[in-house]
Design a protein around this ligand. Structure first.
Ligand SMILES: *Cc1c(COP(=O)(O)O)cnc(C)c1O
Length: 407
């Protein structure tokens, strides 16, 4: 069976993890700090905090901004549940909006959804393709939109407008107008979950890029405390001889990254531009070449004049099919020993959200894109032979279910 996205665990990773284990310092320490600095340099943002997941990063940023009951947070209907779940955790209301034909949140739909209760917009760079951040950043700065904003906390007063909190779980290494993801908006949160492009097994990072008058280093320090019990000294600082006393300044969370995780991340980041991204890009262009001749398939957009994907997912679509036909095609692909996936089942279709009253019929493009979508395997060790096998399985599955791949 060709897997969907196994991690690349080679001797280099094993050696770096072993080095951490032997060092005697396995929790948050020097390697996590090094990884944070390397990420800041790579993404071009102002300060970076590594955590145990992207979900934790998104939630702590909502809490840092003071999002609470009565507030609204705009999220795309087409995303992984984590984007919306964290809004629920804060007691606020996720306001879903529809997507465009690139799978990303529609800026005109965002504009329609803004109310005086809107505190945050969370765009998601689906499949690794950055959202139209210039338009979103311009939107939150429009005089009419700013006038509507009702700040309730000191941080909100300082911001003076809606916060743009980018869910960049897919898009580390992606670019928009030649700027890298992480530096495109106020805050971006990366994921290093096992299936993501750059992994630390589990893990995530908050890329801070807050405008004046915010001091990003100060915010970083505050977040370090918030994500470690509200403790004013971390374990490494407490290790200094005699430096044992500490205080708890708030009821903080426990979200820190360990040096074991960071050691995987350091190796992954070091070879990300030279090995990971070129390999993924090659896989994408081979899929394009092999599938383009069949006019039932719609190739995904992952590169244009102004933006470039991180090549995280290859979301193929099949023209004119319904959800049942898509599911039948997937079943046929699996029969040929190839793993594929669907990214994503829209959040308003999930039981929990349905029971809250959300209805997928309000997001017609989200449903249309979902119903015809199949994500193909992309991983470092997927060689040309296997790529051909995947493409062959897809074409024969389409022919089997629809009679032909060409009409
Ligand atoms: C994976 C993913 C997340 C969650 O990342 P974790 O690091 O597992 O918390 C959030 N949003 C999207 C769109 C994702 O795909």
């Amino acid at each position: 069976m060709i897997p969907f996205s196994p991690p690349r665990i080679d001797q280099k990773i094993i050696d770096e993890v072993t080095d951490t284990l032997k060092s005697g310092w396995i929790t948050t320490g020097p390697k996590t700090k090094r990884f944070e600095k390397a990420l800041t340099a790579y993404c071009g943002n102002k300060a970076t905090l590594c955590l145990n997941s992207a979900t934790a990063g998104l939630e702590i940023m909502l809490r840092w901004f003071g999002v609470k009951e009565g507030d609204e947070v705009i999220v795309p209907a087409y995303t992984y549940c984590a984007t919306a779940n964290v809004v629920i955790h804060c007691g606020a209301k996720p306001v879903f909006v529809d997507i465009g034909d690139d799978f990303n949140i529609s800026v005109s739909e965002i504009k329609k959804a803004i109310t005086p209760n809107t505190k945050v917009i969370m765009p998601v760079d689906i499949a690794g393709l950055p959202c139209d951040m210039d338009s979103i950043n311009a939107l939150v700065n429009e005089p009419e939109i700013k006038k509507m904003f009702q700040p309730q906390t000191e941080v909100q007063k300082l911001m003076g407008r809606i916060l743009v909190l980018s869910d960049a779980a897919h898009s580390v290494g992606g670019a928009y107008h030649h700027k890298k993801v992480g530096s495109l908006t106020d805050v971006s949160v990366l994921s290093f979950h096992a299936v993501k492009n750059l992994t630390t097994a589990e893990g995530g990072a908050i890329c801070l890029n807050l405008p004046e008058p915010f001091d990003n280093d100060r915010v970083y320090q505050d977040l370090c405390i918030k994500t470690l019990h509200g403790q004013n000294k971390d374990a490494l600082a407490k290790l200094q001889p005699g430096n044992w006393r500490y205080d708890i300044v708030e009821a903080g969370y426990k979200m820190n990254m360990t040096d074991i995780m960071a050691s995987i991340g350091l190796v992954e980041l070091e070879r990300y531009e030279t090995e990971t991204l070129p390999r993924r890009k090659h896989i994408f262009s081979m899929y394009d070449q092999l599938l383009a001749p069949f006019n039932r398939v719609i190739l995904p957009l992952y590169q244009s004049d102004d933006r470039c994907s991180s090549f995280h997912l290859y979301p193929l679509r099949i023209k004119g099919i319904n959800e049942q036909q898509r599911d039948a095609i997937i079943a046929e692909i699996f029969k040929q020993q190839v793993s594929v996936n669907v990214h994503f089942i829209p959040v308003p279709m999930m039981s929990f959200y349905k029971q809250l009253g959300y209805n997928i019929n309000n997001y017609p493009n989200t449903y249309r894109m979902y119903a015809s979508e199949i994500s193909l395997p992309v991983f470092y060790d997927l060689n040309d032979e296997l790529i051909k096998q995947v493409a062959g399985a897809v074409v024969s599955a389409i022919s089997k279910v629809l009679g032909t791949a060409n009409e």
